[in-house]
Structures are given as C-alpha cells and as structure tokens.
Design a protein around this ligand. Sequence first.
Ligand code: DMJ
Length: 478
Amino acid sequence: MRPYSTPVTVPPLSRRSLIGTAVAGAAGVALSPAAAQARQVRRLPPDATSAAEVRAEYLHGWHGYTSAAWGYDEVCPLSRRHHDFFAPGHSFGLSIVEALDTLYLMGEDAELKRCGDWIDRHLDPAQDAEVQVFEAVIRLVGGLLAGHAATGRASLLARARELTDRLLPAFTASPTGIPYTHVNLRTGEVRGTAVPLAEAGTSVMEFGLLSQLTGDDRYYDASMRAYRAVIARRSSLGLVGTTIHAETGRWIDGTSNAPNPPVDSFYEYLWGGGALLGDRQLTSWYHQLTDAVVRHQAMTLGGRLWFRAVDFRSGRPTGGTAQSELGSFYAGLLAKGGDLGRGASYHRTWTDVLQRYPVLPETVDAGSLRALDRGSQLRPEYANAAFDLWRLTGDAAYKQSAYQYFDGMRAHQRVSGGYTVAGDVTVRGMRLGDLTPAYWFSENLKYLWLMFSRTPRFDYRNAVLSTEGKVLSGLLGR
Ligand code: DMJ
C-alpha cells in the first residue's frame, strides 16, 4: 500500500467559493468589464490545502459514479441512472477505465485494485457493438495502457491489445489508410467515410506505445499510414482541411479550423507522438503544420490572440468568429512545441473568457466574448493548458488560473451525486444537466492534483500525457 492510500469517503461540500456567485448579466452576454473585474478569485490557498480540496472533490465525483453506476460507462448524477457512451445496451465500464491512472496518482490503491478486478472479470472488447474508433482509442486503449503502467497488471495490456486488434480493421480496410470512423468490435464491419481530422490523426500515441510494448509494429504502422495520407494532401500553404474522405482521400471540408474541433488533437498527437516515441518525423510534421497555422490563422481581436478559420488552399478567412472551449488546450501545445510566447498569450485569452463566466461556456464569439453555445460539458481543456504551461515555466500564475477554474466548477457544477454538465452557464442557477462525462475522471482534476500535490508518483520533468490525460509514460513508484 502506498503512503497516499486512504479509503474512499464522501467529503462534505466545502465552503462556497467567493467567486462562485457571479453569473453573466443577461443570457449569453458576458459580464461588463467592471463586473468581470469584481470577479476576482480568492487568494490561492497553500498547495497542500488546494491538493486536499481537489482530491476530496475527485472522490466526491468518484463516489457518485461507484454508488449509482458502477460497471456502466457513465453516471447521471442527478437521476442516479447510467449512460452507455459507445452504444445503447453495451457497457465498457468506461469511467472505471478512465479513472485508473488518476486513482493511482491520488494514492487510491484499493479503488485501483477494485477497478482492475472489474476489468479482468467484466470488460468485453468483443461485444457486438459499433464504436467510434477515435473515442475507443483515446479513452479505452489509452486508459488500459495507463492502467497497465499504474498497476503492472499484464491483463490490462492484453485487454488493450485485444481491443486494438478489433479496432484495426477501421485502418486496414481503408484504401487510403485514413480510418473509417466506426467499427463493429465483433464483426469488424466498418462504416463512416467522412473523417474529421482529429479522428484521422489521434492514435499514434496509444498505438505507438502498444507497438513498443508488444513488439508488434502493425499498430504504429496503421497510425503513421493515416497521418501520411492526410499530410500528403496538405495545400501549398502547408495547411490541411477539416474533413477528408477515407476511401478517396478527397477533402470534404477544406476549412483549416485549427485549433478548434474537430481537428484539435490531430496536431496534439504530432507533438505528443514525437515526444513519447522519439519519432522525429512526427515532430517535424508538427512544426511544419503549426508554422502554417500560425502564419495564416493567428489574429488579434479585442487585444487577444485567436485563430480564425481559413480556406486551406487560399488562406482566405471563411468568416465567423466562433471559438470552441475545446481549442483552449492549444495554449499548452504551442508552448510545448517551443512557442511559449503565443502559448501564454492564448491562455490569457481564455483566462479573459473565464473571468466573465462562472465556468467556461462551450463556444464564444472571439470579438465580444459572448457565449454562443451556453452549455458546459465539464470540459478539461483550460486546466490542461494551465498544467502544461505551469510544468514548462513553474509560474504560479498558472496555478492561480487553474484554481479559479476549479473553484468555479465546484461552486456551480457540484451536486450531491457528483459533478454534472450544465445547459446554460449564463443564467443564475445555471440550469444543470445530468451527466458526469467519463473524461472528468481522467482529466479535469488530474491536472489540478498534479499541480498542487507534487506527488512522487509522477515524473514532472519527462512524463507524457495523451489528449485524454492518460499518463502514457512517467508514472513512478510502482
Ligand atoms: C476529451 O475526450 C479529450 O480531451 C479529447 O481530445 C477532446 N475533448 C474531450 C473532453 O472535452
């Protein structure tokens, strides 16, 4: 048993945050500058206090899942029902798989063992279910690989391999190598030829690691073939589009929309794959494509750095100023890729948005910061970027911004059954939804825990995390 291990308890609701009462003035409208200024986060507590708060909230959410939906993919914390993430009637215990390495990092060894035992007994990678390949890779394969690193259980690696073997037809049946979006795990039947770039290029970290661990290159080769097929079709400006046809390789949507979805992690895995696997080709592609994105898409609006969508052939703006919260991860990626100045600047942009809302809305207008999609899916990307920037610089300002993010989430999205999504973050009371997305167990609080706990179980200098926050290398102490 490790020193961090304690039984799972349901902590009482900690005191309400001082910033927690602010909401946007009118529906969908950002707070006025004065009101925004008034919405200052309280002083950052000592690290040990912050770490204890973060851990308590994680365990509150975890208890919500285990008490109402154990063995199912996701918990609905208000109704205390469950949700099948991949296919109706099929469960993969997704939240269990997502939680593995976070439980390890938090010293929850008894819970980690319970999860490993559940996976050994119940996780069936051969279900007659059609799954989205991208999600299965980053959540299940990545989760099992991180769980294998956290526990040393050979069975988790074997499960990751069996699952990947069943996902592989999506890549190998494609004439271009660009994976079909969906595959039936039992029959191998594939479907889905319109492939968003994130789905074409977010597998090399998991598949590359699996190849290294098993000595079987088929996984890494499949990922690289997909990347090559897309990058060979870049324009003379060095840009790529948004959606590509798996069978013909024709661009279906030629808008370069980086770093917004659905292209976001296409770029993230070029850098991450390079770092994890020591693959220079991936790192070189990262720099080539990122240089083009910065050259043709970076813009300053309202004194803030944003990235506009452009036609990938002409570089002409396609119009619109909607920006997705999911893009906020890009601050950390830019910094990791060597552009610390732009990374810090882009994080300031999103910090400005966070000052205007209790929690970040899904989509904002870059000019006015008005919420366009007023919901919140309990997203982790802002905390991910704060963590990356803090790791690179050691600057306490990133702890402050991460804590503010945490404080807002705790004040507004905590319910007795855990944490939940919100339908509208701009109205008082926030109109809550009823779901704890499984990634919440992998990402949001892991980044905060790592910033505040200084756990000896994590290699702060060298660890490499996936887009789903899985620690694919750099777990220590087992
Ligand atoms: C997570 O599943 C991953 O971070 C993915 O890359 C996109 N975003 C979701 C959570 O918002």
